[in-house]
Design a protein. Structure first.
Length: 479
């Protein structure tokens, strides 16, 4: 693809041609992945959400030397939050609404990177896919179970488009080791996986006080496009506590610690144990609950049925919150700041949090421990576990996650966390968020129908669907 002509970074007014029904009848054209790329040709990438995590992703894109960054969109495009990206790339045109960006520049874009709040991943991704663009989105894929399902269905209907979720460990040693261990039978007869993230989170500052979550008399700053920030969600007045990362605190906009860290801790266990969707979910404990913001601490139990002769029924536990530690296996290694592991059966009295990670328990008593992201697994009993170097003496094909995506767009390799894989993982996390929101002791889930069953499940099923989208956003629900 040719690099588009550079334009100065000024706001671009929105065209009105999408008002007609032809907005949905867009053929599969310029964004066809693997087609039209010459050897070593760069991918033209637009970025939606350029502050905070988006800025990290922009720098990662630049480091790959595989992409031309051709457009920016952010609802706070003129604010200080997005200034680093704008200053670093002064010639990249920018917009305060991704719809304006696509109206103006669709033909110059091959792929789109989305790093917005969880709830707005959906609309930006669907808009890009409808236009024939490949997609890289931050995790989780979406805020609601239904939104994630539609994204998966859209990706399945357009198999030539590359999709990738941004759980970076899926392109690092953790992924390649786990894939090989599963193939060699090390994960056979796994009956329990325990994952945890016990660090302080943004909502802990309110200590469960709903009054402190909503500042009175707020008005949106002039540089914020509040309507576009809400995306498909129902209109609500601006609240300063919704923006700049605090959106993750609220059920309606974020998926809490589970949606943020589940994708970095139990992602490979979920994929290579072929867990799929749970048959039930319920709370183990919960403190500091509110109806709008995630609890101060909680633990969730997901139950999965047997999936084959070497895959018995399995429980996945998720533990979050300072001091809310799971029972630990003998030989658990504490990762101290000195990086000197501490071996012990239980946490000592001074330890209130664990390094984010997971433990995998086999029926024979064997336990594998791993940290988050790209960290490899090891056996808690001290026995040697094959490493990536052992599995691949010639060297694992480990590349940065965004580079894997860009090479997949060019047809050179396969994406390691496509929507077909990442979507089900994201749906498991969305189901867990519903259990947290309802303080549910046990909800039965029909894996085939993808609905909760039993008495008093109307609210739980409504939460699977999420809030009804606003009328002007309905077009993104079409496949």
């Amino acid at each position: 693809m040719e690099k588009p002509k550079e334009r100065m970074g000024n706001m671009v007014s929105r065209r009105e041609f999408l008002a007609g029904s032809g907005a949905f009848a867009i053929p599969f054209l310029a964004g066809c992945s693997g087609f039209g790329f010459k050897a070593n040709e760069k991918v033209n990438v637009a970025v939606v959400g350029i502050g905070a995590r988006g800025w990290d992703d922009i720098r990662a894109l630049a480091k790959t030397r595989l992409a031309n960054i051709v457009a920016f969109a952010d609802t706070e495009i003129a604010g200080e939050w997005t200034a680093p990206a704008r200053k670093a790339f002064p010639d990249v045109p920018y917009f305060d609404d991704f719809r304006k960006m696509f109206d103006s520049m669709s033909g110059q874009i091959d792929a789109v990177l989305v790093a917005t709040p969880d709830h707005s991943h959906f609309a930006a991704c669907m808009a890009a896919l409808q236009l024939g663009k490949s997609i890289y989105t931050e995790k989780p894929m979406g805020n609601s179970f239904r939104d994630i399902q539609i994204m998966m269905d859209m990706a399945a209907a357009n198999p030539k488009l590359v999709t990738q979720m941004g759980n970076q460990g899926h392109s690092l040693a953790n992924y390649y080791q786990a894939k090989e261990l599963a193939a060699r039978g090390y994960f056979d007869n796994t009956v329990k996986v325990v994952a945890h993230m016990n660090n302080p989170r943004r909502w802990h500052k309110w200590n469960g006080s709903v009054r402190e979550m909503f500042a009175a008399g707020d008005s949106a700053p002039s540089y914020l496009n509040w309507d576009a920030w809400l995306a498909q969600r129902p209109y609500r007045p601006y609240n300063i506590n919704y923006i700049h990362g605090d959106w993750r605190c609220f059920y309606e906009y974020g998926n809490g610690a589970l949606g943020d860290w589940g994708a970095h801790t139990f992602d490979t266990a979920h994929e290579f144990l072929d867990l799929g969707l749970p048959e039930s979910v319920g709370m183990i404990n919960c403190t500091g609950w509110t109806p709008v913001v995630f609890p101060m601490s909680s633990a969730i139990s997901f139950k999965f049925p047997a999936r084959g002769p070497r895959m018995p029924a399995c429980e996945l536990q998720w533990w979050e919150g300072v001091g809310n530690l799971p029972p630990l296996p003998k030989g658990y290694r504490f990762d101290a700041k000195s990086e000197t592991p501490f071996i012990g059966g239980v946490a000592d009295a001074k330890k209130t949090k664990l390094n984010p990670g997971r433990e995998m328990y086999r029926a024979d008593g064997t336990v594998y421990q791993g940290m988050s992201h790209g960290a490899e697994l090891f056996a808690c009993d001290g026995s040697k576990l094959p490493t990536v170097a052992d599995c691949h003496p010639e060297g694992a094909s480990e590349v940065p996650h965004i580079a894997n995506f860009l090479r997949a767009v060019r047809g050179e390799e396969k994406a390691t966390s496509p929507f077909a894989v990442a979507g089900v993982l994201s749906q498991v996390m969305a189901i867990g968020c519903i259990a947290q929101r309802l303080q549910a002791r046990r909800l039965v889930f029909n894996r085939a129908k993808k609905r909760f069953t039993g008495a008093d499940v109307n609210l739980a099923n409504a939460l699977l669907d999420g809030p009804e989208p606003r009328r002007e956003w309905l077009r993104y629900y079409k496949i």
